[in-house]
Ligand binder design. Structure first.
Ligand code: HEM
Length: 429
């Protein structure tokens, strides 16, 4: 009953996974995936319990086969945020939540980085009746924001496209590593190629960022690199160039791809549901904020995270042996009917709208959630205001591609009044 033999979570790559999540849920909150050699966790309550306990369900990278590639990608820095556990991790996490990415700083980043990035991108669309929302707007927004937050000397399109591509190469590795593909007895050629490409990309990114990091050690401003230099010594008294460079890349990696996918998913939901689009438009900024939470809950970026079990235990009534992996499917837990009324529907009045797992929960909760929300709400609101008739133009059928991180694309849109109304479904897939 609690074992998947005939199908695997791995089959849902580049496909709509929600019917699969429902089938797993029908078997239980914790189900063994034979092909993945891991326990899939789909129940909301058990997912929360596992994510809260960072000792028993440990962040796994340092204990995985993928660990050596991760180490190379993190510049062989054992005190990277990425590899820290226990008290040191909590200290670093607290610093990023309470200072580096705090609500106060996000309020300053909004006019200084987010709004100018949005305005600049909308200006580039001037005069175009049709465009691909993903390629012409969404893909550029988070990287444009980060170029400002880090105050990179170059902010031209070619440079930012390179930055984004290098970051994407690392994200591709994170996806195969999280899917435990490097833990398999036979690692495919494709997985090896993706791994090598990510290591090369990390080195190239270091080359690009190192001169800026060195410069800011002395020429400090209010940008994030300067603030890493300022706050780092509170965590490690001998905080150095390697630490700043690594933290800088951690910001880029964690903040760009995730937010890009989140924007694409939110726009997809609006563009495929005319009734929802009308309700969000009518409700103004507050409705956009509420909708953004539902988009994150229903189709958030990060589908799942894996953890290593450090002692024999029982989770959701299922015995799990020390050393086994669990894969917490955040997006399944976010549609658990035991946790959410009408779990598959968008509810703009949902109480405790932020009580989802898109940003995780527990000691490793995403410290960038405030910034991500500001970009998501800012991008959605500005686009809806600027284009009152925005609708899918019919060129290219959007599909839900990816695995660990996923989004819909392409989103070919027209800004002219549509000839006929789009059919409303009222619920999301
Ligand atoms: C919609 C956008 C985003 C989503 C869905 C998202 C989601 C997540 C999730 C699920 C984790 C937990 C990973 C794990 O422990 O296994 C995480 C961690 C993290 N996120 Fe985000 N994130 C987003 C945007 C951002 C942004 C904009 C930043 C930074 C500016 C950021 C910085 C981080 C960092 C540093 C961690 C690691 C925290 C730790 O290990 O304690 N994220 N994020």
């Amino acid at each position: 009953m609690n074992t998947l033999m005939e199908e695997s979570f791995l089959d849902t790559e580049n496909a709509e996974p929600h019917a699969f999540y429902d089938r797993v849920r029908a078997r239980g909150d914790v189900v063994w995936d034979e092909r993945m050699q891991a326990w899939l966790v789909v129940g909301n309550e058990v997912a929360r319990a596992a994510l809260q306990d960072d000792e028993l369900f440990m962040h796994p990278f340092s204990t995985m086969q993928a660990g050596s590639a991760y180490a190379k990608i993190r510049g062989e820095n054992p005190r990277s945020f990425f590899f820290l556990h226990g008290e040191k991790h909590h200290e670093m996490h607290r610093w990023w939540v309470r200072d580096l990415l705090s609500p106060q700083w996000v309020n300053r980043y909004r006019p200084a980085a987010i709004e100018p990035a949005i305005t600049g991108l909308l200006e580039r669309l001037e005069g175009r009746d049709e465009f691909d929302l993903v390629n012409d707007f969404i893909t550029h927004l988070p990287v444009e924001v980060f170029a400002r937050l880090l105050d990179l000397p170059r902010k031209d399109r070619a440079f930012l496209a390179e930055l984004k591509q290098l970051n994407d190469n690392i994200a591709a590795f994170a996806s195969v590593a999280s899917a435990l593909k490097l833990e398999a007895a036979e690692v495919s050629e494709e997985t090896r190629r993706i791994t090598d490409c990510a290591v090369a990309a990390a080195q190239k990114l270091d080359e690009i960022l190192r001169p800026v990091v060195i410069d800011r050690a002395t020429n400090r401003g209010e940008d994030m690199i300067s603030r890493l230099w300022l706050g780092g010594p509170n965590i490690f008294p001998d905080w150095n160039e390697v630490d700043t460079l690594d933290a800088c890349r951690r910001l880029l990696f964690a903040g760009i791809d995730t937010t890009t996918h989140a924007l694409a998913n939110a726009f997809y939901m609006l563009l495929t549901d005319a009734d929802l689009m009308a309700r969000v438009r009518a409700g103004g900024r507050e409705a956009v904020e509420r909708f953004a939470e539902e988009a994150l809950r229903l189709n958030g970026t990060v589908q799942f995270r894996s953890r290593r079990v450090t002692a024999d235990t029982v989770l959701g009534g299922v015995p799990i042996a020390k050393g086994q992996m669990i894969v917490v499917i955040l997006m399944a837990a976010n549609r658990d009917p035991k946790a959410f009324v009408c779990p598959h529907a968008v509810d703009l009045e949902r109480p405790q709208a932020r009580n989802h797992l898109a940003f995780l929960t527990g000691p490793r909760t995403c410290p960038g959630s405030g910034l991500a929300r500001a970009e998501l709400v800012g991008g959605l609101h500005a686009m809806l205001e600027r284009y009152p008739n925005l609708h899918l133009s019919g060129g290219g059928q959007p599909s839900f591609h990816g695995f660990m991180m996923r989004s819909y694309g392409p989103l070919q849109v027209s800004t002219k009044a549509p000839a006929t109304n789009t059919t409303s479904t009222g619920t999301q897939p």
